[in-house]
Design a protein around this ligand. Sequence first.
Ligand SMILES: Cc1cc2nc3c(=O)[nH]c(=O)nc-3n(C[C@H](O)[C@H](O)[C@H](O)COP(=O)(O)OP(=O)(O)OC[C@H]3O[C@@H](n4cnc5c(N)ncnc54)[C@H](O)[C@@H]3O)c2cc1C
Length: 371
Amino acid sequence: MHMDTTPVDVAVIGAGQAGLSAAYHLRRRGFAPVATAPDAGETFVALDANAAPGGAWQHRWSSLRMATVNGIHELPGFPVPPADPRTASRDALPPYFAEYERRFGLDVQRPVQVRAVRRADDAPDGRLLVETDHGMWSARYVINATGTWTRPFRPHYPGIERFRGRQLHVADYRSADEFARRRVVIVGAGVSAVQLLEEISHVADTVWMTRREPQWIDEGEFDLPARSAAIAGVEARVRQGLPPASVISVTGMHWTPWARAAQARGVLVRHPMFASIEEHGVRMPDGSFVEADAILWATGFRPALDHLAPLRLRTPAGGLRVADTRSLDEARLFLIGYGPSQSTVGANRAGRAAVRQIVAERTAGSAAAAA
Ligand SMILES: Cc1cc2nc3c(=O)[nH]c(=O)nc-3n(C[C@H](O)[C@H](O)[C@H](O)COP(=O)(O)OP(=O)(O)OC[C@H]3O[C@@H](n4cnc5c(N)ncnc54)[C@H](O)[C@@H]3O)c2cc1C
């Protein structure tokens, strides 16, 4: 083993909602942070690439307010303090995460960017090496909770490199003022596309384009059984190793307050996707031309899993085979906040489910050793 490799029972990668939930449950089940108690019976480490607490929330655009997020589920064991609904989620949530880490002594190591996870040897119950820009950990189990924020997805269209205007992904969006009096093409059929369409259309000329006609559903139609069915659909995809697809893409579009506001102002007008991009705009499938100063890609995110590449778990379909948070092809690896657990409530549950399985296995292992 490398001289500066720290042995640990569980390494949690990422300290957003999912990673903190896992760290909390590890703590409750008697695991101690390795930096403060290296000789404790069972240890864990939580590693996070961000310089400060808050996971992806600290980077989201400021008009995503507590009143307009889809609903934030509290971290386990500590309620979200009441916040003015007008507060930006990027201001309200990071202090909550910071307090949570302090209160439960989670000792998150940051900024620590995990570069690779690889097998130490061929033994299926051997250790996994977690290589980072600040040292190396060797773990019996890895709980991956790296979210999607660092992997914005932008589809390729012919001519994309010829465009002279500004192109940006919602991950880079700051404020509508940057687009004042411009013509902005907004691409995408998700919640962010509609929110930003509503917002930007107050100061700019907007054109909304989506590949498919959005399937609008009323709040009442999305009851608990419908929600469970949607999550079960994503679960089934992930079990087969298909790319997860967001829960929203399976459920259709809600009539959010933004959607209603945009509709009332006559700006919620959907056009089909353009066929190609030119220097000063986009060419539509019927040959017509739409001028544009900017293209805003509200085309979603992909799971941030590049550091797991050495484990060679990707299926030809492009996903990882996962069931009940655990990789079906690498039993020492758990993926939380992935696929069906990609929401604040799902992330919480997934953290608990992963830890429960680790504890059960460790207990069974020590019972067998004692017998
Ligand atoms: C714009 C937007 C709005 C959303 N709104 C809601 C909402 O209102 N309600 C809801 O339930 N869900 C919402 N979601 C879904 C959201 O993704 C989850 O709810 C949740 O916040 C994600 O938590 P997470 O812990 O999985 O990921 P994150 O919060 O992204 O945390 C992942 C952490 O892992 C770290 N990391 C990544 N790669 C590495 C690496 N290689 N090494 C070390 N650390 C790494 C990151 O720095 C980050 O701190 C939203 C998503 C988006 C994109």
